[in-house]
Design a binder for this molecule. Structure first.
Ligand code: ADP
Length: 586
């Protein structure tokens, strides 16, 4: 039994009662279908062939019919309950798996997500799990119903006449062979189709979200061609899968047609030679068709399980990815921090072959603000992302108040840090909800005062529903500056001891820029701040400047002293801010 199947069953275990109920209803329902050929045999034996008067015959016929009607009335509630119970068990299992997977995906480190397309992860969380939905209901439950039913009927036929039973069941082993040979091929084909879908959905999500780049570089034709090629490969894989499916169908259909023929031939001969009752002949013929149908379904449900397990394999693959960054055993909780940050010979690389940061050492005092400057790609964002442990360092240590961050509980470490990033990521929902994201427990007054400090109130008053105005895809579109102010308010509300600012590079108009500058200065007040600075005014406002070049610290000091001397900082300022007047500070 495949390991994925066993793992799936573990999730399904709490719902075994519902599943068993569904199996019982299924067996009952199919058994009731045997009543018709069963009754026909009884009518032949006890009514037609019996030595009775016509009145007695009609009486008996009426009795048999009455019983049949009663039994069929029972069938309706049973037919209703079978899928309801089965679907409930299946959907609850899927609900549990999806909840667990979402929790797991959130715990996976940034590097996991950075190396994968969001569309691909989405397709596992939504698509693959949906595909796995039928494993319990259409797979396990149907399989058990058919197997139990099949066993019951086979035993009955053997009791009736073992020779005829053997002859009519001779095709079953061949049937089994067809399934055994073709199912693994089917599973392989399904996996290929699923991965192609995931590939395509990742590609489309990426290209559509960056449509402006595609359009501006006039790359529509190339993208169309890429999509065409991927789509064509998908078509090929779907057709490959269809061919295997059709081969299985054709062979199983042929084998199921042979059984009744054997009954007609051999059974007919036995009736003629007087070694088989007419009623038994009728039962055999009537029952044998009921035997082949569940056998075919048995093959189908096993194929369904194979197919769905391919999707489940991909889901469990995510489960098996251990979060790279997690609490060390005995990790400590930190409550109140002073805000000293020390990097001790910190080295880091995203992949082992290309080191990004080389033995960086520096200390930031509580309340001090440090601007990290350097050319794009120098390693500034990487450096600040190490403080909340978004990535794990290769060597050295990072300490907060003298405590190695690897020995601190992630949750408490991250709660002491507030981040205002370049792209102000806001979620769909109201402005209020977005600000409260910083601190769910804040009161309405605290939220408003954070908004005021970030100058959000200035534009909120003009919006139709104030703080309850919905933003995002289906709501009001905000300008870049307004979004930044909301993300600053979010940080105010969080009130962290340590602040990480990644200043936006996109230029705003000078009015908006002044407002944001003011809000940021206020936010930095009294907090240990690491700023990836792109504006001269921000750099000048910081207590210290650290110049990074290719993952090394090449200069350190305050702006006034660094600008005076010939060196990387002055070169950078000249390059990025144009001519630097030395009397700038006077
Ligand atoms: P900066 O913020 O100074 O522009 P970054 O820290 O973003 O620089 O990048 C430093 C180096 O690390 C660059 O060479 C960049 O290509 C690489 N890099 C950044 N992010 C990743 C990532 N998620 N995976 C692999 N390499 C990355």
């Amino acid at each position: 039994m495949s390991p994925s199947f066993l793992r799936f069953l573990k999730f399904a275990r709490p719902y075994w009662l519902l599943a068993s109920g569904s199996i019982m209803c299924g067996v009952l329902k199919f058994s009731l279908a045997l009543l018709l050929p069963g009754a026909l045999g009884l009518v032949v034996k006890h009514v037609v062939e019996a030595e009775l008067s016509p009145e007695q015959q009609i009486q008996k016929l009426g009795l048999i019919l009455g019983c049949l009607i009663g039994a069929f009335l029972l069938r309706a509630p049973i037919t209703f309950s079978r899928p309801c119970l089965g679907e409930l068990a299946g959907n609850r299992t899927i609900f549990d798996i999806r909840t667990e997977l979402y929790r797991h995906i959130q715990r996976l480190s940034m590097s996991y997500h950075a190396n994968r397309r969001t569309g691909g992860t989405m397709s596992r969380l939504i698509g693959d799990i949906n595909a796995a939905q039928g494993i319990l209901d259409k797979g396990v439950i149907s399989f058990s119903v058919d197997l139990l039913f099949l066993l019951g009927v086979t035993v009955f036929l053997f009791v009736l006449d073992w020779r005829l039973a053997c002859a009519s069941l001779v095709t079953l082993p061949m049937y089994g062979m067809a399934i055994i040979v073709l199912n693994p091929k089917m599973r392989q084909a399904s996996t290929e189709v699923q991965s192609q879908v995931s590939e395509m959905s990742g590609e489309v999500t990426e290209k559509l979200s960056g449509l402006s780049v595609v359009l501006s570089f006039v790359r529509e034709k190339t993208e169309e061609l890429n999509f065409f090629l991927q789509h064509r490969s998908y078509l090929g894989k779907v057709m490959g899968k269809t061919r295997i499916q059709a081969t299985q169908l054709a062979s199983t259909e042929f084998l199921t047609a042979v059984g009744p023929l054997v009954v007609i031939g051999y059974g007919g001969y036995r009736v003629i030679t007087g070694t088989l009752d007419m009623s038994e002949f009728i039962w055999f013929y009537g029952f044998i068709s009921h035997l082949y149908l569940p056998t075919r379904r048995l093959a189908d449900s096993s194929t369904i399980v194979q197919e769905r397990l391919a999707a489940m394999d991909r889901v469990f693959e995510v489960f098996d990815t251990e979060p790279e960054i997690k609490d060390a055993p005995g990790a400590r909780h930190i409550n109140q921090v002073e805000g000293t940050i020390a990097f001790n010979e910190v080295s880091f690389s995203y992949d082992p072959d290309t080191p990004v940061l080389h033995k960086l050492s520096f200390t930031i005092k509580p309340g001090e603000s440090v601007a990290f400057v350097g050319r794009s790609g120098a390693g500034k964002s990487t450096l600040v992302n190490l403080v909340p442990r978004f990535y794990e360092i290769d060597s050295g240590s990072i300490e907060i108040d003298g405590q190695n961050i690897q020995q601190l509980q992630l949750k408490s470490l991250r709660s002491t840090i507030g981040m205002v990033l370049q792209d102000s990521i806001l979620f769909s929902g109201s402005i209020r909800e977005n600000i409260l994201y910083g601190n769910r427990n804040a009161t309405a007054d605290e939220m408003i005062s954070a908004a005021k400090m970030a100058h959000v109130d200035e534009f909120v008053d003009e919006l139709p529903n104030g703080y309850d105005t919905v933003i995002g895809e289906r709501g009001v579109k905000l300008s870049g500056g307004q979004k930044q102010r909301i993300s600053i308010a979010r940080a105010f509300l969080r009130d962290p001891r340590i602040l990480i600012l990644d200043e936006a590079t996109s230029s705003l108009d000078s009015h908006a820029e002044n407002i944001i500058q003011g809000a940021l200065e206020e936010l930095m007040e009294g907090r240990t701040t690491l700023v990836i600075a792109h504006r001269l005014s921000t750099i000048v406002g910081c207590d210290r400047v650290v110049v990074i070049e290719d993952g090394h610290i090449v200069q350190e000091g305050d702006h006034e002293s660094l600008i005076q001397i010939e060196g990387p900082y002055r070169a950078l300022c000249e390059e990025q801010f144009g001519y630097v007047r030395l009397d700038f500070l006077e």
